[in-house]
Design a protein around this ligand. Structure first.
Ligand code: ME8
Length: 678
């Protein structure tokens, strides 16, 4: 990406409508922006991360009236929860702009005047169908039975005097710009949508309103206020102080405007056209991410309450929530939020893969190396291979973050976690200690710590809190930077074991959390399973009719079940159900027959919990207990405990019955106990 050569990096989120409260959707974009901002800071760049609020327009004026407040008093009251929520989610914007601020209004009016001076703003008569829910006009053919296709409410015929922006004159210039900067819109598929839309012809855009007052006055005409989108889009330059200001010089053009796909047209067509008209440089990228649903359903007001982002962070931990959102959803595609999948990620990726590696490595250093980082010594072949894996991963993960693929970056980092766990298994430091091979032991432990340090550094953008804790546990308290230097971890520093970084969420805890959050035990929100849209458009707003392909790629406008679900083949289950099964690799530590039970064997297994667990299995018809010891099997780890012949069984092993006898599923590779099977 070209941005790598510049020192400044400017990332923005949409400015959110202030008549709503922060919810998972807006939190998603804000967290993503924070992740990219942190990543680029870690790479040594001068970062500006901007978010804020869209406080003008008819929709806000109506919401204020409904609340019985003056618009300014209303927006002031509604602004605070956004700042609080973003702080609670550990997002750290450099600036938070509100469109009612004087610094914004001044720059927007200057921008308007500048475009007006070119002759591309003119006064005309506007007649079309308006939906206040979308703050957008529709042509007759866009309407469905006279109703807004998104809100399904009657649109109002408006015939008013209005200022227009001569968008039609920009078609060719926009197409030339897209051709010259083909990665302007990301992901690439969305670029094609934008090009097709512009190729189909552009109408001039009405950019003022005279029927209400809650907006920025049009320069020289007190009868008109600016159309809210002209006002809102300009925030990206007004927050920098406008053209010529020092911050503008450092940060404009923006590296990326992160937006949901619902508002891509505004950012990829109108905004560049305004900028071309004003003679200003155009942003490098607009990245349109996909749409989040909750348990397969569109976010209705009640569902959103259940997954209120701050509550989620309180219950599961902010780093876990951030990790889950960045890992589980392919950034750019639609994604589904589910508690079951979140718990699955916490247990498998965080508690097990990463938590275990940290825990066992630190425990080994305490037990075998006096509790301090040992000298690096002379690396053997294994250590060299681990170093190469870390270096490969760091290069790959950096490329993925640069290219706005955090899910892929995390995937690569977690592959290194698995590599680290395999390294510890294979190098067997306990055996080296027993054999008195101290130099090799130290070299192995040092390499394991160093791999952990790299993993923690690379996860800092996504999990700033826990990654810092991990770094301090292994004795790295230096200012973080990426790329790191292998061998940078100072020897002789004390390591700290501490509480598990990410405690496992067992079935009881999951139930407790579900109770705290008010969700059903199925992992689905009890908030609302009915297919209704709550009345208030503000609180339960489907995306405005701004997507470039308004019907094709927009989530269903009502809270109807996800169409994929509706079309599910009978007898199949949704992925969610599978994700709830916590299948793990376990190593059999000991086995014995259960007295007075022909079929039962009691097994003690290492399922990656830190302590052995007991399971009872009906497999004695085929196996002698000693045949099972040392085998790696597959267990369902989150099955409710059951008591068999007085023994509590914590899980179930998987077996296939053949010729009337059970055949236990085993894996040949030395996969670490606790590894998730998916
Ligand atoms: O459109 N899934 O503000 P807004 C993913 N003020 N992202 C979601 C989402 C969901 N279900 N719901 C919301 C506006 N978002 C204008 C923007 S910018 C100059 C003006 C996120 O409060 C996503 O980023 O409706 C989407 O584009 C944005 O919130 C819309 O926020």
């Amino acid at each position: 990406m070209d941005s790598a050569n510049r020192t400044g990096y400017f990332v923005t989120t949409p400015i959110y409508y202030v008549n709503d409260v922060p919810h998972l959707g807006t939190a998603y974009t804000t967290i993503a922006a924070d992740v990219f901002a942190r990543f680029h800071r870690l790479r040594g760049r001068n970062v500006r991360f901007l978010t804020g609020l869209d406080e003008h327009g008819q929709k806000i004026a109506e919401a204020a009236e409904a609340a019985g407040l003056e618009p300014k008093a209303f927006v002031d009251r509604m602004a605070a929860p956004f700042r609080e929520a973003w702080a609670a989610l550990d997002t750290n914007p450099d600036d938070f702009i509100r469109t009612t601020e004087e610094r914004h209004q001044r720059v927007v009016q200057a921008l308007w005047s500048r475009i007006a001076a070119t002759g591309d703003i003119y006064k005309g008569l506007y007649e079309d169908w308006y939906c206040t829910g979308c703050e957008a006009y529709y042509t007759e053919k866009d309407l469905v039975d006279g109703k807004c296709p998104v809100h399904e409410r009657p649109a109002t015929k408006m015939r008013t005097e209005s200022y227009f922006f001569r968008l039609s004159a920009y078609q060719e210039r926009l197409l030339r710009f897209y051709a010259a900067q083909p990665d302007f819109v990301l992901p690439a598929s969305r670029m094609n949508e934008v090009v097709r839309f512009v190729e189909s012809g552009l109408r001039d855009l009405s950019i003022s309103r005279a029927n209400f007052r809650w907006g920025i006055p049009v320069p020289g005409d007190d009868e008109h206020v600016m159309y809210v989108w002209f006002d809102a889009l300009s925030n990206y330059v007004s927050a920098l102080g406008g053209e010529g200001a020092p911050d503008y010089r450092s940060f404009w053009p923006a590296d990326v405007h992160l937006v949901g796909k619902d508002i891509l047209r505004f950012h990829a067509v109108y905004w560049p056209a305004f900028l071309i008209a004003a003679g200003m440089p155009l942003p490098r990228h607009v990245f349109a991410h996909g749409w989040l649903t909750i348990n397969g359903q569109k976010m209705s007001k009640s569902l959103r309450n259940v997954v209120e982002p701050r509550r989620l962070a309180e219950c599961y931990g902010v780093d876990a929530v951030r990790y889950y959102l960045m890992r589980d959803v392919n950034f750019g595609l639609d994604g589904d939020f589910s508690h079951a999948a979140l718990v699955g990620r916490i247990n498998a990726d965080l508690a097990n893969d990463l938590g275990n590696l940290l825990n066992r490595t630190v425990a080994l250093v305490e037990k075998l190396a006096g509790g301090t980082v040992p000298p690096a010594g002379e690396p053997g072949e294994r250590e060299r291979a681990l170093r190469q894996a870390a270096e490969r991963t760091a290069a790959q993960a950096a490329d993925e973050f640069e290219a706005y693929r955090p899910h892929r970056a995390l995937e690569a980092i977690w592959a290194l976690c698995a590599e680290g766990n395999r390294f510890v298994d294979a190098a067997a430091p306990w055996a080296l200690a027993k054999a008195g091979r101290t130099a090799e032991l130290h070299s192995v432990l040092y390499a394991a710590l160093e791999a952990l340090r790299w993993i923690a550094l690379m996860t800092l953008p996504v999990m700033p809190g826990k990654a810092r804790i991990a770094l301090s546990r292994i004795g790295d308290v230096l200012p973080a930077a990426w790329p790191a230097t292998w061998g940078g971890l100072p020897s002789g520093v004390k390591v700290v074991r501490g509480e598990p970084l990410f405690p496992r969420i067992d079935a009881d805890r999951e139930k407790e959390l579900a109770r705290m959050l008010g969700i059903g035990t199925e992992g689905a929100a009890v908030g609302d399973r009915r297919s209704t849209v709550e009345g208030a458009p503000a609180a339960d707003r489907p995306p405005p009719a701004a997507a470039v392909a308004p019907t094709a790629d927009r989530p269903p406008p009502t809270a109807a079940p996800n169409p994929e679900r509706a079309q599910r083949v009978e007898g199949t289950i949704p992925y969610d159900h599978f994700a709830k099964l916590e299948l793990r690799i376990a190593k059999v530590l000991a086995a014995e027959k259960v007295p007075k039970a022909d079929k039962l064997i009691r097994l003690s297994i290492d399922a990656g919990d830190g302590t052995p667990r007991t399971i009872v299995a009906g497999i004695a018809a085929r196996y002698q207990p000693e045949q099972l010891v040392g085998k790696r099997i597959v267990v369902l780890a989150n099955l409710e405990p059951r008591t068999l012949r007085g023994i509590e069984s914590h899980g179930m092993l998987l077996a296939a019955t053949h010729d009337g006898k059970p055949c236990v599923l085993t894996v040949e590779d030395e996969i670490p106990p606790g590894t998730r099977v998916s």
